[in-house]
Design a protein around this ligand. Structure first.
Ligand code: ATP
Ligand code: MG
Length: 391
C-alpha cells in the first residue's frame, strides 16, 4: 500500500491539437514545485500521478499543489493491487480516516466505483455494493446514503486500484507561462496584486514595475511591495520587480503643469515608462489593477487618456469588479493583510485637491508638451533598480 496523489487538470481538456503543449507546461510546473520532495510525476490517460514522496511531506505538498495554475483538483489516494482483499483493506482504511476526521456519530457514506479496466471481473455497481458491505461490516454504526452522504469513498480500477475520499480544489486556470509575458504595474494597494494573480492564472508570466517617490515614500513602503510580490511568487514563481524612481517626474509635473491634472499626468507617465520597460524586456502587454469608476483616474475619460498614452495592450482584469469582490480574492490568495499596511504610496504623496475626473485628451497632451517627456523617462530609468523576489 502506498499513498500517491491523483491530479486532474481542467480547461486543458478543451484544447485540441495544442493540448500536448499545455500538458507539458503543467507537468513542468508540477515537477518544478515537487522536486524538493523527491516526488516523481507520471502522466497517463489525461491525468497526473505524483509518487515516491514521504507521507510526512504531504501537508506541504498539498499547499503547493493548491497554488499551481492549471490543476483542477487533486486527491491523495491509496494505490493497491486489483484484488478484492487489498481493495477491501484500503476501503476500510479510508473509511476509518474519514470517521476520525469528521468525528461525529450517525455518519453516512457511499462508495463510488469507476472501472476503467473492463477486464476487472465485477462491474462498477456490483463492486460498489460489495465494498459498501465491507465498510458496514467493519463500522456497523455507519449508514449508506447515496444522495447526500457525509463522505464518499471513491474506488477507481485502472492499472492499479485507487482508493480515496478527499477531492481538493486546485487554482484552475492555464499553466504558467503558456499565454506569454506581461508587465504588472504593482502598487502597494489591494487591487494590483489581485490583477496580477488573475492574469497569471490565465497563463501569463509576469514581471512587475513599481514607482516610488523616495524620500517622500519610505523604505518600508518598498518592503511592503516586496512582501506582496513574495506572496504572488507562491503562485507564479520568482518575480522580477523594476523599482522606478518617480520623484523627479512628480516634482516636475507639479512645477510645470496645472495642479488638477497632476494625477492623470502621473498616470500617463507610469504607462509610458511601463511600456518602455516592457519593450526592453520582451514583454507584450501591461496589466493594471484599475476598476471602472473606483477613483478619479479610473473614470472612462481618464482610462481613455492613459490608454492612448501607449501602444501595447493593457489588461485590466478588475475593470468590472466591485471593491468587495476584489477584497474577497485578495483574502483568498493571501495578499490582503499586507496590502492594508498603512505605508504611503507615490500617488498619495502628491495629490491635487480637485483632480480632473473627465480629462480631455487634447488638454492633457498639451500639458505634456510643457515637459521633456523622453528626457524625464530616461533620467528616471537611470536611477532605477531591478530586484528578483523569490517565493
Ligand atoms: P491599488 O490597490 O492597486 O493600489 P488603487 O485603487 O490604489 O489600486 P490607483 O492608485 O489609482 O488605484 O492605481 C491604479 C493602478 O495603477 C494600480 O492598480 C496599479 O496597477 C497602478 N499603480 C498605481 N500606483 C502605482 C505604483 N506606485 N507603482 C506601480 N503601479 C501603480
Ligand atoms: Mg494604488
Amino acid at each position: 500500500m502506498k499513498k500517491i496523489v491523483l491530479i486532474r487538470y481542467g480547461e486543458i481538456h478543451l484544447k485540441g491539437q495544442n493540448r500536448p503543449f499545455f500538458e507539458r507546461a503543467l507537468v513542468n510546473s508540477i515537477k518544478d514545485q515537487m522536486k524538493q520532495y523527491g516526488a516523481t510525476v507520471e502522466r497517463t490517460q489525461g491525468r497526473y500521478y505524483l509518487r515516491d514522496f514521504q507521507e510526512s511531506d504531504y501537508s506541504e505538498i498539498r499547499e503547493k499543489l493548491r497554488k499551481i495554475f492549471g490543476i483542477h483538483s487533486f486527491s491523495p489516494a491509496y494505490e493497491t493491487d486489483k484484488d478484492m482483499e487489498s481493495i477491501s483493506e484500503m476501503v476500510r482504511t479510508v473509511a476509518k480516516e474519514q470517521i476520525e476526521l469528521l468525528g461525529k456519530d450517525g455518519l453516512t457514506f457511499k462508495v463510488d466505483c469507476k472501472r476503467a479496466d473492463k477486464r476487472f471481473p465485477m462491474n462498477s455497481m456490483a463492486l460498489a455494493a460489495e465494498l459498501g458491505g465491507v465498510v458496514l461490516d467493519a463500522y456497523p454504526d455507519l449508514k449508506v446514503n447515496i444522495h447526500d452522504p457525509d463522505f464518499t469513498i471513491f474506488v477507481e480500477i485502472r492499472e492499479h486500484a485507487l482508493i480515496y475520499s478527499e477531492k481538493v480544489m486546485g487554482s484552475q486556470g492555464m499553466p504558467k507561462g503558456t499565454s506569454g509575458k506581461a508587465l504588472l504595474l504593482l502598487s502597494g494597494g489591494i487591487d494590483s496584486p489581485v490583477a496580477g494573480y488573475m492574469m497569471a492564472k490565465r497563463g501569463l508570466s509576469l514581471q512587475a514595475i513599481h514607482y516610488h517617490s523616495f524620500p517622500y515614500t519610505s523604505e518600508r513602503a518598498k518592503e511592503k511591495v516586496i512582501s506582496l510580490a513574495k506572496e504572488m511568487a507562491q503562485y507564479m514563481g520568482p518575480i522580477k520587480i523594476h523599482m522606478i524612481h518617480f520623484t523627479d517626474i512628480q516634482m516636475t509635473i507639479y512645477e510645470k503643469c496645472p495642479e488638477e491634472q497632476l494625477t492623470i499626468l502621473m498616470r500617463v507617465f507610469m504607462m509610458k515608462i511601463a511600456e518602455k520597460v516592457a519593450k526592453d524586456n520582451s514583454l507584450s502587454a501591461l496589466v493594471t489593477g484599475e476598476s471602472l469608476a473606483q477613483v478619479a483616474s479610473q473614470t472612462l475619460d481618464s482610462l481613455a487618456v492613459t490608454n492612448s498614452a501607449v501602444d501595447l495592450p493593457v489588461f485590466r482584469p478588475l475593470i468590472g469588479m466591485d471593491k468587495l469582490e476584489i477584497i474577497d480574492i485578495a483574502n483568498r490568495i493571501g495578499t490582503y493583510e499586507t496590502s492594508i499596511l498603512p505605508y504611503e504610496d507615490c500617488c498619495t504623496v502628491f495629490v491635487p485637491k480637485h483632480p480632473v475626473t473627465h480629462p480631455r485628451k487634447e488638454k492633457i497632451f498639451k500639458s505634456l508638451k510643457l515637459l521633456d517627456v523622453d528626457a524625464l523617462i530616461e533620467d528616471a530609468l537611470s536611477k532605477s533598480e531591478t530586484i528578483t523576489v523569490e517565493p
